[in-house]
Design a protein around this ligand. Structure first.
Ligand SMILES: *Cc1c(COP(=O)(O)O)cnc(C)c1O
Length: 378
C-alpha cells in the first residue's frame, strides 16, 4: 500500500459556490428547463464570443453530437467520416441517425483527423466530417474545412475536450460550422451532465430547438418561460435532450471560474512536460499549451511497457487511463468502411492519460511524474 492518498485521473472542482448554486436553484422550486437554462446559453455564447451563432444546451455532450449530426442531414444511406481514434459518443451519435460511420486516420502532431485520409474517403454518400480536438489540442482545422468546402459537406467539431481552446486566437465555437461541447462529470467545466451545440447561423436555432425537445416547434420565449404552452406543433423527429435548471445553475457557477481552471491546468501540463522531458521512453504532447484548454494530460510510452507502467502507478495509488482504443476494433463498428489506420493503431497502443485536475497541487504533479520516471529508471 502506498503511504500517500490515492490520485484519481479526474477530479471535478466542487467548491462551495457550486453547491450554493445547486441549492439555490433547488430552493427556487422550478426544476425543468427555464430561465437558468437560457442564461447558461447566453453566458456560454458571451464567453466564446459566438455572436449571432445559436448556443443550444443539451443534457449531455452525446446528445449535442446527435443533434448536430441530425442537423447536418445525416441519415440512412449517408456516411459521416470521423477518426476511429475518438470517444464512442461521437460514433454513437452518427450511427443513431442511421448514417454509416467511416473511419479516417489521425496525424501524429495533433492526434486529430488527418485531412488527406479524410479526403481519400469522401464519397457521393458523405454528408459530414466529424473531428475531435484531442485533449483540447486543435486538429488541423483549416485543412479539414478546405476538404469540407471542396466537397460541400458539413463539419461537426466534437469539442468535448476543448471548451476554451483557441485556434489562431479565436475560441473554438466562435467560428466554423457546428461545434459540440460536453459538460459531463469530468470535463473542464461540468453541469453534472450536459452539453451544447453552437450552430453556424441563426438559421440553425429553430431546428436545433426542435431536435433538442421532442420535435416541438414553439417560440423561444415560451420555451424558457415557466409554464407550458398548450398550442404547439410537432414538426420532426426530436429527442428529450433539454437541460433543466439545476444542471444549468451548476454549469453557470463553473463557467464563472473557467479561466482559473484553464490556467491552472495549463500550468500542471507544463510542469508535467518539464519533469518528463528527460525520460527517454516518454513522449509528451508537442504543444506549449498556450491556446489549449487542457482536458487531459497524456503521454506516449512504448506499447509493450504500458500495462506494466499502469500497474506500477496503481501500486503507488495513482490512477491512469487510456483514451482511446481504436473504434474500428470494437464489435459494433468492426465492419465500417475505413482507410488504412497505421497512426491510429500506433497511437492507441501507446497513449496513457495521467491525472489532471483543476487547481492540482504542484506536489501532486511531481509525485505522478516521479512515479513515471521511477518506472523507467528501475
Ligand atoms: C465526454 C466526451 C463526449 C460525450 O460527452 P457526454 O457529456 O459524456 O455525453 C464526446 N466526445 C468526447 C471526445 C468526450 O470526451
Amino acid at each position: 500500500m502506498s503511504p500517500h492518498p490515492p490520485v484519481p485521473v479526474f477530479q471535478p472542482y466542487l467548491g462551495e459556490e457550486v453547491k450554493k448554486a445547486a441549492v439555490d436553484a433547488l430552493d427556487d422550486g422550478w426544476l425543468g428547463m427555464g430561465p437558468l437554462t437560457a442564461q447558461f446559453e447566453q453566458e456560454i455564447g458571451a464567453y466564446l464570443g459566438a455572436g449571432d451563432r445559436p448556443v443550444v444546451v443539451t443534457n449531455s455532450g452525446t446528445a449535442a453530437l446527435h443533434c448536430a449530426t441530425a442537423l447536418a442531414g445525416a441519415g440512412p444511406g449517408d456516411e459521416v467520416i470521423c477518426p476511429s481514434f475518438q470517444y464512442a459518443a461521437g460514433h454513437q451519435a452518427i450511427s443513431a441517425t442511421g448514417a454509416d460511420v467511416v473511419f479516417c486516420d489521425i496525424e501524429e502532431r495533433t492526434y486529430g483527423a488527418d485531412p488527406e485520409s479524410v479526403r481519400a474517403l469522401i464519397s457521393p454518400r458523405t454528408k459530414a466530417i466529424m473531428v475531435v480536438h484531442y485533449a483540447g489540442i486543435i486538429c488541423d482545422l483549416d485543412a479539414i474545412y478546405d476538404v469540407a468546402h471542396e466537397h460541400g459537406v458539413r463539419v461537426i467539431e466534437d469539442a468535448a475536450h476543448a471548451f476554451g481552446s483557441r485556434h489562431r486566437g479565436r475560441p473554438i465555437g466562435s467560428f466554423g460550422d457546428l461545434t459540440c461541447f460536453s459538460f459531463g462529470p469530468v470535463k473542464v467545466i461540468t453541469s453534472l451532465e450536459g452539453g451544447a451545440v453552437v450552430g453556424h447561423s441563426p438559421d440553425d436555432t429553430q431546428p436545433l430547438h426542435e431536435l433538442r425537445f421532442i420535435g416541438i416547434d414553439s417560440d423561444t420565449r415560451t420555451r424558457y418561460e415557466r409554464g407550458r404552452n398548450w398550442e404547439y406543433d410537432v414538426v420532426r423527429q426530436g429527442f428529450r435532450y433539454h437541460l433543466s435548471s439545476i444542471p444549468a445553475a451548476i454549469g453557470l457557477s463553473q463557467l464563472a471560474m473557467v479561466d482559473g481552471f484553464i490556467s491552472s491546468r495549463q500550468r500542471s501540463c507544463r510542469l508535467y512536460s518539464e519533469l518528463l522531458a528527460d525520460v527517454r521512453e516518454v513522449t509528451v504532447p508537442e504543444t506549449d499549451w498556450a491556446d489549449v484548454s487542457p482536458f487531459i494530460f497524456f503521454i506516449r510510452v512504448p506499447s509493450d511497457r504500458r500495462a506494466d507502467l499502469v500497474a506500477h502507478l496503481k501500486a503507488q495509488g495513482i490512477s491512469s487511463g487510456v483514451h482511446w482504443v481504436g473504434a474500428h476494433q470494437l464489435t459494433y463498428y468492426k465492419g465500417c468502411r475505413r482507410s488504412e489506420l497505421p497512426v491510429t493503431e500506433r497511437v492507441a497502443s501507446e497513449v496513457l492519460t495521467l491525472p489532471l485536475h483543476s487547481h492540482m497541487a504542484d506536489g501532486l504533479v511531481e509525485r505522478v511524474a516521479g512515479a513515471v520516471s521511477g518506472f523507467f529508471a528501475g
